[in-house]
Design a protein around this ligand. Sequence first.
Ligand code: TXA
Ligand code: MG
Length: 348
Amino acid sequence: METIIKLLDENDLDLKILEQAGKIINNKGLVVFPTETVYGLGANALEEEAVKKIFIAKGRPQDNPLIVHISDFDMLNICAKDINEVAFKIMEKFFPGPITLILNKSDKIPKVTSANLDTIGVRMPSNKIARALIKKAGVPIAAPSANISGRPSPTDVERCIEDLDTRVDLIIGGGMCEVGLESTIVDLTVTPPCILRPGKITLEMLKEIEPNIYIDKGLIIDSSEKPKAPGMKYKHYAPKAEVKIVQGDMKKTIAKINEMVQNYKGNKISVGIMATEETKDFYKDGIVISMGTRNDLSSIGKNLFETLRSFDDKKVDVIISESFYEEDFGLAIMNRLKKSAGFNIIKV
Ligand code: TXA
Ligand code: MG
């Protein structure tokens, strides 16, 4: 199919294009749109036929449920039922924003959207283009990240075009995503609530509302438990190059990475290094990209997926990344990095 591509300004919305996009959703078509986390691949969450197209366009396994996106609280009851007090408190504080709540699914949402689960992920994005699109469509929009299954999530429109051109009806560009990593997922159907995917809204922030909230043990490395979010079991965020993480003391990390690069060089293997402003000048060889500063982990999160993808453009064989403390937003960063590396971690 021919894909229409339109670029929008979040602060000066082109209502004509949004109207066209809303119509495509209402006609069971697919629209890629920006959110504050990553770009989404959207369809009418209430229409089985439309939702099925998402799975085909992405090559997504049928047993991996989708998140539904709402523009306002009126849409909440279309998606979920029996919502508890803690859930309302979290929504009050963090909606709209980069967080998804797992709630009991309403009967209006077809089973294909939730991959047969009785629960449903609900999120109200803060990005104005996303909100306006949902409002124009007048229905909740089911949307996974707008990448081919398994690839790093797209944080800019070029990456969506790269993956989904000719597979969707419309791609709306809206600049680079603010957060750069997908929403925090919190399961509110269990007591106490459980974080299934770490993100910008951190454990510490959520504990202010519910002190007993905890991180799914399946997300913690070396744990024998399986992750509870179905999607977390799949190969994920993987660029074409092999990814390795070096973890430990900063000085030792730099020395180890320099040593690895020299070894690779001897074998004619090209290497990309995922570094930071504080460390980038210490690497003597290889292609070095600084993702941002360690003083502001937001900058790292924002550039993480784009850095992985840009090393593929440069056709490197191996990507070596520094690591970050696994606390606050660093937990989300390391979660994505480790998955992209298939847990290939070298401790120093
Ligand atoms: O930031 C985001 O959440 C982005 C943007 C587009 O909103 N969306 C996103 O969707 O990351 P996706 O499909 O790439 O990831 C959704 C994750 C998957 O791991 C899926 O298994 C999990 O959420 N999930 C969805 N519904 C669930 C449910 N009812 N119970 C447990 N996990 C669920
Ligand atoms: Mg995804």
